[in-house]
Design a protein around this ligand. Structure first.
Ligand SMILES: NC(=O)c1ccc[n+]([C@@H]2O[C@H](COP(=O)([O-])OP(=O)(O)OC[C@H]3O[C@@H](n4cnc5c(N)ncnc54)[C@H](O)[C@@H]3O)[C@@H](O)[C@H]2O)c1
Length: 334
């Protein structure tokens, strides 16, 4: 298996490469990443020098360079994206550039090079908020913020390449991931690392937003399965099924760390904040996928990882991050 992984220095991408190296002994991986603030070579340190892995620092928006790089490879799995909803409210252009133009550039390069498979990694956010019920793969897209809208646009563009040019596209929409190597701007690592430092846990609004939290390793297993056995022209949902309120997750983290609930702090809700996401993953279950990690077990493993790796996240919470944090959560320190 010869796979180009774009965005492989980020959270899910680096976990996917690690999973591939462990589970597909004869794989070859070309990891292309621009190394934005979210990309981190420290995420790759345990496999950087593995002879099956080759890293190139590059921007997916540079189409002719992409064409040169991916020629001769079999498949592209595209994780590269701007991914933080809060930042998409501040700087939407960056999201349109990478999450739409970047995907166009990769699709065009893949078509020209005759690649056998193109997996676009998408998100449950493309459906917008669901008051009740469950989104199926055929449900209408109704994104609420620039991040979700740019991902939805990319999904549609990817399918246009399937229909028009016969490029073997599949789209993977997963629910919120968590686990090792996730940037501390995201909710679960932010809560864990703030709690470790006895800082407040900023909860948007009433904290009753519902998400289906998925351990990143379960997602990586699903993505590999889709790469190997998924049908082209199809969307696949990856979801653990059960949803949890943000406030319940925050309380679980505090309990795991033996910290008081007085660390919880309500902050002004963000505009357009989706109340609830809910994906059905029947199609993946028919393919043979099931989550192997319970929320409790996965959260405990994640908390342990952040406890054991303060150097990794401590560096990311310094400098520009503090300015971002002040703007976002109104003066709280971190
Ligand atoms: N993390 C989640 O909960 C989650 C859930 C559903 C879907 N997704 C999707 O999974 C993918 C990966 O998410 P993540 O959480 O790992 O994101 P991340 O922000 O941790 O990583 C994104 C990576 O993309 C790289 N990148 C950004 N712009 C680039 C460009 N122009 N060219 C090349 N590389 C670029 C960054 O350097 C970084 O390494 C995204 O497409 C995201 O939409 C994530």
């Amino acid at each position: 298996m010869k796979v180009v992984v774009t965005g492989g220095a980020g959270f899910v991408g680096s976990n996917f490469i690690r999973y591939l190296l462990r589970n597909v002994p004869d794989c070859r991986i070309l990891n292309i990443d621009k190394l934005t603030y979210a990309g981190n070579l420290n995420n790759l340190s345990d496999f950087f020098t593995d002879s099956r892995h080759h890293f190139v620092r590059e921007d997916i928006c540079r189409q002719s360079t992409m064409e040169k790089l991916i020629r001769g490879w079999e498949a592209v799995v595209n994780f590269a994206a701007e991914t933080h909803v809060d930042r998409s409210l501040m700087e939407p252009e960056k999201f349109l550039r990478t999450d739409v133009w970047g995907v166009f550039s990769l699709l065009e390069a893949s078509r020209r090079c005759g690649l056998k498979k193109f997996l676009q990694i998408s998100t449950d956010e493309v459906y917008g908020s669901l008051i009740r019920g469950t989104a199926r793969e055929s449900s209408c897209l109704s994104p609420s913020n620039p991040y979700a809208a740019s991902k939805a646009a990319a999904d549609l563009l990817a399918f246009s390449y399937y229909k028009t040019y016969g490029l073997a596209v599949s789209v993977v929409r997963s629910t919120n991931n968590f686990g090792p190597f996730q940037h501390p701007e995201k909710m679960i690592p932010l809560f864990i690392t703030n709690a470790l430092e006895n800082e407040k846990l900023p909860l948007y609004g009433d904290g009753r937003q519902v998400r289906q939290w998925l351990f990143v390793e379960d997602n990586c297993r699903a993505i590999l399965m889709i790469l190997q056995r998924g049908q082209t022209g199809q969307v696949y949902h990856v979801s653990p099924g059960v949803g949890h309120r943000n406030i319940s997750i925050a309380r679980m983290i505090l309990r795991l760390l033996g910290k008081p609930e007085s660390l919880l702090q309500s902050v002004k809700d963000r505009p357009g904040h989706d109340r609830r996401y809910c994906l059905s993953s029947e199609k993946m279950r028919k393919l043979g996928w099931r989550p192997e990690w319970s929320l409790e077990k996965a959260l405990a493993a994640t908390v342990k990882w952040y406890q054991e790796n303060p150097g990794w996240w401590g560096a990311l919470k310094k400098g520009a991050f503090q300015e971002y944090y002040r703007k976002q959560y109104g003066g709280q320190t971190c």
